[in-house]
Design a protein around this ligand. Structure first.
Ligand code: ZN
Length: 375
């Protein structure tokens, strides 16, 4: 789901990427600085200067966020957790972990490292702001330093909001986890608290919009909606992860598959198979081995008048690594493959022979049952 990202550079062994949303965010930041904040606090400069200040302010913010994320990643590495890389998202970043911390202590220190880094940055910029003010440095420089001090303080405070998956949310979860020793309970409670915070933030945003504070209001609404989605997703992710832990395609595949001969017409396929079995995908057999798959979609793509004479093997999708999977693949990877290819049914192939089909529907039904048992 993080396909819209672009690699920027590698530093200290971490790959830093940027999410596509940052293009819009960068513009929003520069614009709100050049047209709103700087003219407000530092009047009598020309418009070109404001936009330059906006640009440098945005670059400073960008670097600050990278430092914040690096502090998380470095602490994580210190505790032996693998970090895939750092992705800058809307209004912040995410250090992508390969595995989750396995104890509350690690999670606590890893989470709190970021806000501490932002807080220190804020103090540093404040000190430079004071010095440049005293020595009467150029006003644009003073302005940028002042902004960076304020924005880092804001980042520190914002990230301490107990709304999963921000740092504050993780800190909250780690404390709850430590109290009861139950990560699932801690995640569930932290997620619920997070949703309440997200709704409150969206509400504040709309109040601001109604009150005429357009830029400020827009920020609150954006941040609130992001938190709302993220809080929802993180709990579900954990449940999915734990439910499928250690399970492979073999555990969920259906070995009793109905196959279609490759040399029948589409009309026969419709009458004898689609109407009869109500499946949406069938493996196609040629000389006792699977040569591809035929789906309802593929049939629909062919004009009706051709169904009488066109053969299945002319319309089928040939067997390929996208529509097939090995039985020992972890379920987690099968889900990723289904998500990436958009195929909800995969052929399970072992030693070039088809031994079954695994479907998204079966996986989801298993999850539903499991969640209902544990609620
Ligand atoms: Zn953080």
């Amino acid at each position: 789901m993080l396909k819209r990202k672009m690699r920027l550079f590698k530093l200290l062994g971490f790959t830093v990427s940027i999410d596509a949303s940052w293009g819009i965010i960068l513009f929003l930041v520069i614009w709100s600085l050049a047209e709103g904040l700087f003219p407000n606090y530092f009047p009598d400069l020309n418009i070109r200067t404001y936009w330059l200040m906006g640009l440098f302010g945005a670059i400073g913010l960008f670097v600050s966020i990278i430092i914040h994320e690096f502090s998380h990643s470095l602490i994580a590495r210190k505790y032996g957790l693998q970090i895939k890389g750092i992705t800058l998202f809307i209004f912040g970043g995410v250090a992508e972990m390969k595995d989750e911390p396995d104890n509350p202590r690690t999670e606590f220190f890893m989470a709190i490292a970021g806000p501490i880094a932002s807080f220190i940055l804020s103090l540093l910029f404040a000190a430079f702001y004071q010095i440049t003010t005293i020595i009467e440095a150029p006003v644009p420089l003073i302005g940028i330093l002042g902004y960076l001090s304020a924005i880092n303080m804001l980042l520190a405070i914002f990230n301490m909001i107990p709304a999963f998956p921000t740092d504050g949310g993780r800190i909250l979860r780690s404390v709850l986890w430590w109290i009861k020793g139950d990560i699932r309970w801690a995640t569930r409670l932290a997620s619920r608290i997070s949703l309440l915070f997200a709704i409150a933030i969206i509400f504040i945003g709309f109040m601001n919009l109604i009150g005429g504070n357009f830029i400020g209001g827009l920020w609150w609404v954006l941040i609130g909606s992001f938190l709302f989605n993220a809080a929802n997703a993180s709990y579900q992710n954990l449940l999915v992860k734990q439910s499928f832990e250690g399970k492979t395609v073999r555990d969920f595949m259906n070995p009793n598959t109905v196959t279609v001969p490759s040399k029948i017409t589409l009309q026969e396929f419709l009458d004898k198979y689609l109407y009869h079995y109500h499946y949406k995908m069938f493996p196609v057999m040629e000389d006792n081995s699977v040569s591809g798959i035929i789906t309802l979609q593929a049939l629909k793509a062919v004009p009706r008048e051709e169904w009488q004479h066109l053969l299945v093997d002319k319309v089928m999708h040939p067997l390929n690594p996208d529509n097939s999977i090995t039985p020992d693949t972890p379920i987690k990877d099968a889900l990723i493959q289904m998500n990436d290819t958009g195929l909800s049914r995969l052929l399970v192939m072992e030693h070039k022979k088809m031994i079954g089909i695994v479907t998204l529907k079966d996986l989801l039904e298993f999850l539903t049952v499991k969640m209902e048992l544990e609620e």
